[in-house]
Design a protein around this ligand. Structure first.
Ligand code: ADP
Ligand code: MG
Length: 599
């Protein structure tokens, strides 16, 4: 075939393919145009998941009649003149492509009026061909009506998902924009039923409730973090609230919804080891940075950006989220119901009425323990009833959470060959030996791994382990990582591996159990990050290698376990997020025994 110039019709349909992928993309472009026009109220009407109709009406600045035809032409924009302007762009649009693209794959009608004209104008474009401009009486603002999307590109239509899925994409998009622009009045309806309506009063938590339900919205932690050039606001989920995928991680940069891998990574690192492996947080975070610091022109639908100082942005986000988490995370579930019973007791009531005289019984522990005791009490008393927290995160704020160290514990013994019983300065502790040991092993292993120095112990006789074919395939892909972790494993024949060494931490344990643990329920999901895989593997092996419930421990072993646990960064949960201990405070014991108030 000879080379030919494409007709403008074909060229614009091809161009439209990049920007307009599905009904939700149309909604996004129109919504962004309305926001750029300074609209305060935006009404979106959707019929048949947007395939039949998408209409966006706003009360923004409008378009002068004489410019209406230009607005739907390709490469026509009022938002930028020179390419340098790209680096000081403060509008959401700038490519001058959206309206033209939409018009080339639908029947589009645009009606608009500016303030200083008495009449508005209307233009109908069908498959890219504009009709005649007509004068119409209308209010100030713009209404764009997009009917029969993709009517002239049937191939595109075939790629659309079910109405339910396409509709959900629109709902989720509009709700997120509503959240980002809480000061705008947004209304989404299908002509009959209103799906979403916001008041424009700026209350983000109320909109969060529309997105996730009241219960989730109530639990979300508010974040406000500022450093000289960056500002991060919004909400993150506490560690007790997670999802099995990353779909609920939302980031806006300068008012633009982006899917920015580096920001998600920063976020996940902030949650690192605080969440069960394979669980992800929910977030709605809004990052503001100077326009010159970010290149928004790297993706046709503007869904990705590039930062000038990627590392700085990354660490700012990570630091801000981590700080907020450490400051606000509630204590783990099981314990929290117990803690909850004592939460409202004022500190004065506690002192003096404690049945045990710690200054005598715990001379040694007291010097360290008393600080922690008061910290624990503070935590208990200051944790608000509902975790709606609005105070900004600042450097000076102490971390009040389960991540504060546990006090020094005095071992009493083991019960049911499963739990350790210990006494602390403020009551009784029941420690799950398996969960506690998992945590201890996990932190030791990850620390050694972090220092790239995992002591490895050679086996006296190498051991052959045979795995099912599917598992051995998996194991082969993980061999390099295993080496980092101090395993020396080699393929030894079909589906058979030879273990020659393993981490010294696991000395005495069964190497074949370790290997099997590594490939058990391994889900090959959306290419997890390297450090996620590693943490996941580490958590899995530690679970398998940890002492079991039902295993009788010697006194020395019990004591060593408590000491090791005290040294952990997050002693109160196992790496999978379950509690390692239950705390029965003195106060609570007194209440349970009816001592409180009876005296
Ligand atoms: P871009 O937004 O990248 O400039 P578009 O094709 O989306 O390109 O829009 C072209 C132009 O039409 C915009 O630059 C703007 O001047 C005008 N426009 C589009 N939608 C609206 C609207 N809702 N209100 C006012 N002006 C609008
Ligand atoms: Mg636009």
């Amino acid at each position: 075939m000879p080379i030919r110039l494409l007709s403008s019709e074909v060229a614009s349909q091809i161009a439209a393919g990049e920007v307009i992928e599905r009904p939700a993309s149309v909604v996004k472009e129109l919504l962004e145009n309305s926001l750029d026009a300074g609209a305060h109220a935006i009404t979106i009407t959707i019929e048949e998941a947007g395939k039949r109709l998408i209409e966006v009406a706003d009360d923004g600045s409008g378009i002068p009649s004489v410019e209406l035809e230009l607005a739907v032409s390709r490469h026509a924009t009022s938002k930028l003149v020179r390419s340098e302007d790209l680096f000081s762009i403060s509008t959401l649009g700038f490519r001058g492509e959206a309206l033209a693209s939409i018009a080339s794959v639908s029947r589009l009608t645009i009606t608009s009026r500016v303030k200083n004209e008495t009449e508005g104008a209307r233009l109908h474009v069908e498959g890219g061909h504009a009709g005649k401009l007509t004068k119409v009486g209308t209010t100030v603002g713009t209404t764009v009506r997009v009917a029969d999307l993709f009517y002239n590109v049937p191939a595109r239509l075939k790629f659309l998902k079910t109405d339910v899925t396409e509709r959900r994409a629109i709902d989720s998009l509009v709700t997120r924009y509503a959240l980002a622009y809480a000061d705008k009045r947004l209304k989404l309806s299908d002509g009959k039923n209103v799906t979403l309506q916001t008041s424009g009063d700026g209350d983000r938590r109320a909109i969060l409730a529309a997105l996730y339900g009241v219960d989730v919205a109530r639990q979300m932690l508010e974040i406000l973090s500022e450093e000289d050039r960056y500002r991060l606001t919004g909400f993150i989920s506490p560690t007790s609230l997670t999802r099995s995928n990353r779909k609920e991680i939302t980031f806006f940069i300068n008012g633009r919804w982006v899917h920015e891998v580096s920001l998600s990574t920063a976020l996940l690192q902030a949650y690192h080891t605080l969440l069960m492996v394979g669980r992800y947080p929910l977030t709605a975070l809004f990052l503001e940075i100077q326009p010159g610091e970010v290149d928004v022109n790297v993706h046709p639908a503007k869904a990705e950006v590039r930062f000038r100082n990627q590392d700085q942005v990354f660490s700012f986000v990570q630091r801000s989220v981590r700080k907020a988490l450490l400051a606000y995370s509630p204590v783990p579930n099981v314990a929290s119901s117990l803690w909850g019973m004592t939460r409202t007791v004022p500190t004065e009531q506690l002192s003096g009425q404690v049945g045990i005289d710690w200054s005598i019984a715990h001379d040694e522990a007291l010097s360290v323990g008393s600080d922690q005791l008061s910290m624990n009490r503070d935590q208990r008393l200051e944790t608000p009833q509902s975790p709606i927290l609005q105070s900004p995160v600042s450097d000076s704020e102490p971390a009040r959470s389960q991540f504060i160290p546990i006090p020094l514990l005095r071992l009493i013994g083991q019960i049911g060959a499963t739990y350790l019983v210990a006494e602390g300065p403020d009551g009784l502790y029941l420690v799950d030996q398996h969960a506690a040991h998992e945590r201890v092993l996990f932190e030791k292993l990850m620390t050694q791994h972090g220092m790239k120095n995992i002591p490895s112990q050679s086996l006296l006789t190498p051991m052959a382990v045979t795995l099912p074919p599917h598992s051995s395939q998996l194991l082969i892909t993980q061999l390099p990582i295993l080496q980092h972790f101090g395993f020396d494993v080699e393929e030894f024949g079909p589906n058979t591996f030879q273990v020659r060494a393993m981490p010294a931490l696991f000395t005495g344990s069964d190497p074949s159990a370790a290997l099997r643990a590594l490939v058990e329920d391994f889900e090959e999901d959306e290419a997890p990050l390297q450090n996620e895989i590693e943490a996941r593997l580490a958590a899995r092996v530690c679970k398998r290698m940890a002492v079991k419930a039902g295993q009788v421990l010697s006194n020395e072993e019990q004591r060593a376990l408590l000491t090791d646990l005290e040294a952990c960064d997050s002693p109160r949960t196992c790496p999978h997020g379950r509690p390692t201990m239950i705390h029965l405070s003195v106060d609570m014991l007194e209440r349970q025994f009816g001592r409180r108030g009876a005296r």
